[in-house]
Design a protein around this ligand. Structure first.
Ligand code: NDP
Length: 286
């Protein structure tokens, strides 16, 4: 029997808990956490992500200041804006919605955000903290995937985990987090030969390659737990994951759906990261 792990339900219960914690902290510290969100341009996907994040923040009681700029914004302007937000004692988290227009270098901007306010966990210092097992802010999507696996009591220790994708924001940190939980991890990418022979050995398969319904039933081991990170539009403009859900699901012990799987957990973890940044800030840890 296949269990569908609902990211929507898990995010909803974690956000309810977070809301209570934030209300308690408001009494203790006299202010709510605040997240600054920067959006440059009018990409439909980015606008929708930013709206989703603002809605989640509202649900949990985090204040959001959104700065929406036209796509001809200069890098200098954004640099000065980030410096001002870094220095603002009322701002706990800074999120720059990616991608940025060509004239603005994402790496320059990400490195400029204070690592203490980097709620996406993309700053090199937070990346290093993950790899060195130091305290830091973890990237939201892989953190959400681990929470999904834990919510279903899926054993990670000693299991064979395969991650398809090696991006800095998903595949690489995902692999490290699974390794830290004692899985035996294989990372696949576009140069992997005979991908199916690797994925079909996975007890835990994480699909994060960005190709609509790419992972087919014959690529999945009977009884595997499959987490679909993909967020794609198919040829009919329908939202879908990287996994051919209808054909893969019957083979799995556990699987997530798109939408309603990893997406809501990414946003939930962003809220949790903002709260962690706020607590560290209020408790004088940075
Ligand atoms: P990237 O495009 O940055 O990385 C894709 C990775 O997949 C690369 O490492 C690439 O290999 C690999 N890949 C591409 N094609 C193949 C293939 N045919 N076989 C094996 N590996 C392949 O994407 P992201 O990591 O940013 O995102 C991946 C997916 O996750 C996207 O659909 C994205 O929209 C989604 N996403 C969803 C989030 C959520 O909250 N639900 C959050 C973030 C992303 P190589 O390195 O060799 O090029």
């Amino acid at each position: 029997m296949t269990t569908i792990i609902s990211g929507k339900d898990l995010a909803s219960s974690r956000k309810a808990k977070l809301r209570l914690e934030i209300e308690e902290s408001l009494v203790k510290y006299g202010r709510r956490p605040k997240l600054a969100v920067i959006l440059v341009g009018n990409d439909a996907g980015s606008l929708s992500y930013v709206r989703g994040k603002a809605k989640a923040a509202d649900e949990v009681g985090i204040l959001v200041d959104t700065y929406h700029y036209e796509d001809d914004l200069t890098e200098d302007f954004l640099v000065n804006k980030i410096k001002a937000l870094n220095a603002d004692p009322e701002v706990d988290g800074i999120l720059v919605q990616l991608p940025l227009p060509r004239q603005i270098r994402s790496d320059v901007i990400i490195e400029l955000i204070s690592p203490f306010k980097d709620v996406d966990g993309f700053h090199p210092r937070n990346v290093a903290s993950l790899y060195l097992k130091h305290e830091g802010i973890l990237p939201c999507t892989p953190k959400g995937v681990i929470a999904l696996l834990d919510s279903a009591n899926i054993e990670i220790d000693g299991k064979r985990a395969v991650v398809v994708g090696r991006s800095n924001i998903v595949g690489m940190p995902m692999s490290k987090m699974l390794l830290d939980r004692n899985a035996t991890v294989t990372i696949c990418h576009s140069h992997t030969k005979d991908l199916a022979s690797v994925t079909s050995n996975a007890d835990i398969l994480i699909a994060a390659l960005g190709k609509p319904r790419f992972i087919k039933a014959e690529m999945v081991k009977e009884g595997a737990a499959v987490i679909d990170v993909g967020c794609n539009r198919d040829s009919n403009n329908k939202l879908c994951g990287d996994v051919d859900f209808d054909n893969v699901a019957p083979k799995c012990s556990y699987i997530t759906k798109v939408p309603g799987g990893v997406g809501p957990m990414t946003i939930c973890c962003l809220m949790e990261n903002t709260y962690i940044a706020y607590l560290n800030h209020m408790e004088g840890k940075n």
